[in-house]
Design a protein around this ligand. Structure first.
Ligand code: ADP
Ligand code: 5GP
Length: 197
């Protein structure tokens, strides 16, 4: 029988580079890893594709899915709701794929509570000023939204102590390499655990 995939939860303040690091990692690991596509009620950014970057739901449809118990976790982030569908994770894990979940701090703690053997990773920006620079340069948010995201970032950064591992995203290649090394080590450890009689 195929081994079930592992679950890796990655959080970071918006603008740190989660999407960039994960995408770079996936270039060489698409065979064994998938990123769980979340649902959001926020508007798509330029270039974002429904079903690939997010499932873009209306607030009513989101509420309906909450009511019918379709979410493994969901949380309000800034002025919108974000959530992970049970079905998305179940399908991949059962197919033996390792699942990377790019979710906020509230969601990460809910997953840790429900799935004890998941691995939580906090991606840290090199400094607050660099985070602000990245968020502004990305040009996907209005100046008001950037201010809100940075205010939230201050709170989120304090939560990093709750995570199993921390990786600093200063140099993109180095951060991706660190993520690769971490996944490889955990994978090896899990193999030993699962081989236990
Ligand atoms: P997140 O998914 O955490 O919100 P993104 O992946 O969208 O962040 O990255 C935010 C911005 O920072 C993007 O413009 C991206 O190109 C840039 N970026 C990501 N990682 C680095 C890095 N190591 N050094 C410099 N810029 C980076
Ligand atoms: P963004 O709007 O920049 O794509 O995401 C904003 C925040 O929502 C990020 O911190 C991201 O990790 C988080 N997020 C994305 N998907 C989910 C999800 O399914 N659940 C939770 N709880 N947070 C999510």
């Amino acid at each position: 029988m195929k081994n079930k995939g592992l679950i890796f939860v990655i959080s970071a303040p918006s603008g740190t580079g989660k999407t960039t690091v994960i995408n770079q990692f996936l270039l060489n690991h698409k065979k064994d890893f998938v990123v769980s596509v979340s649902v959001t009620t926020r508007q798509p950014r330029k270039g974002e594709i429904d079903g690939k970057d997010y499932y873009f739901f209306t607030k009513d449809k989101f509420k309906e899915y909450v009511k019918t118990g379709k979410f493994l976790e969901y949380a309000p982030v800034l002025d919108n709701f974000y959530g992970t569908l049970k079905e998305t994770v179940k399908k991949s894990v059962n197919a033996g794929k390792n699942v990377i979940m790019d979710i906020d701090v509230q969601g990460a703690m809910k997953i840790k509570f429900k799935i004890r053997d998941c691995v939580t990773i906090f991606l840290l920006p090199p400094s607050f000023s660099e985070l602000a620079r990245r968020l502004k340069n990305r040009r996907t948010d209005t100046p008001e939204a950037v201010v809100k995201r940075l205010a939230l970032a201050k709170k989120e950064l304090k939560e990093r102590v709750k995570y199993d591992y921390i990786i600093v995203n200063k140099d993109l290649n180095k951060a991706t390499e660190n993520l690769e090394e971490l996944f490889e080590s955990i994978y090896k450890l899990e193999r030993f655990k699962r081989n236990r009689p």
